[in-house]
Design a protein around this ligand. Structure first.
Ligand code: FAD
Ligand code: FES
Length: 298
């Protein structure tokens, strides 16, 4: 029997979008607002778009970004300046036209109100897929009633306060927002898993929870280890390096678990089979499932 090649989602397309706002955000980021030339349906949180400028300032290969907000026919992206591609996007001017491909990827699972509380763990710009994730959870998804705001905890960790991007907007969503910074400039002095530990020790968050996480690789490794040790349901949104974003270049492999539902192949393609995976499907650890050292959120 022929195996089916994972393909980009049917609603993905290539289009131009005009820049309608570029607003500084945090110590090194921007909120980039775009008006697509095509009409897009509602987009599930933690899906993403490949974006590039069409001039010589941009690398040829577009860069992937989670959709941060969708409103009034516009898309907004939270972009941390890392290198050439993100700098070029942060320096775009109003009215400039960008090349965009998407929406791509799968997005968060349905966040229902029937089970244990949802705990969202964000490291630095890993907060991007959670803003709409929280909005959609509270609204209810796929015909299911969503959790109560008190059963959604957003734990935001970063190296320092300046990387807690757009934190006030998260607070305005009405869920439980808690922060941790490695230098103690906001919230708990430490990383996001120490924050979880401390909130559970204080009885603010129960022991049995459902976890969603997005952030640096070492943070996600530590989240995976914790979820396995405690037998918790857990989904990770991965920010793997990507080339094409549509399943062609094999540039985004993620290790599958031999005993999991994707175990018939050693790798999954993050772009077309992710970027969200449950820890039943994949492992962040390349060679072993041994717990790693503490994460560094940034
Ligand atoms: C599905 C997905 C969603 C993403 N969503 C967002 C988002 O909403 N906001 C955002 O700011 N970023 C997001 N990213 C990461 C973003 O795509 C990268 O930061 C960007 O591609 C860097 O491009 P650059 O040209 O500026 O940097 P490059 O010049 O390509 O790299 C500069 C430095 O950053 C490192 N780097 C590049 N990409 C990554 C990465 N993914 N993880 C860790 N280090 C990296 C490189 O190794 C290098 O050291 C996402 C990535 C994926 C796969
Ligand atoms: S980025 Fe090319 S296959 Fe995933």
């Amino acid at each position: 029997m022929l195996a089916t090649m994972p393909a980009p989602p049917p609603d993905a397309r290539s289009f131009r979008a005009a820049v309608t706002a570029v607003t500084p955000c945090g110590a090194d980021g921007v909120l980039l607002r775009l008006r697509p030339e095509v009409e897009l349906g509602p987009i599930r949180a933690s899906r993403f778009f490949m974006i590039r400028r069409e001039d010589e300032l941009s690398p040829l290969i577009p860069r992937p970004f989670s959709v941060y907000r969708q409103a009034g026919g516009e898309l907004e992206f939270l972009i941390k300046v890392m290198g050439r591609g993100t700098r070029a996007l942060a320096e775009t001017r109003l009215g400039e036209s960008l090349r965009v491909i998407g929406p791509l990827g799968n997005g968060w699972p349905t966040l229902d109100g029937d089970g244990p509380p949802w705990v969202m763990l964000a490291g630095g710009v890993g907060s991007a897929p959670f803003f709409m994730g929280i909005q959609q959870a509270l609204r209810g998804m796929d015909g299911r009633e969503g959790p109560r705001p008190e059963d959604v905890h957003f734990l935001f960790g970063a190296a320092t306060e300046g990387f807690l991007y757009d934190i006030d907007a998260f607070r305005e969503l009405g869920v439980q927002v808690h922060t941790a910074t490695m230098d103690g400039s906001s919230g708990l002095h430490g990383h996001v898993l120490q924050l979880l530990e401390s909130l559970q020790a204080d009885g603010v968050i129960p022991r049995v929870i459902r976890l969603l996480a997005c952030g640096p690789e070492r943070m996600l490794e530590a989240v995976e280890d914790l979820a396995r040790e405690r037998g918790l349901a857990c989904w990770l949104s991965l920010e793997t390096l990507m080339g094409c974003g549509v399943g062609i270049c094999n540039g985004c492999p993620v290790l599958t678990r031999p005993e999991g539902p994707r175990g018939d192949w050693p790798n999954a393609k993050c772009c077309v089979e992710g970027p969200v995976f449950s820890i039943e499907e994949i492992s962040m650890h390349a060679s072993s499932a041994e717990p790693q050292a503490a994460p560094n959120c940034g």
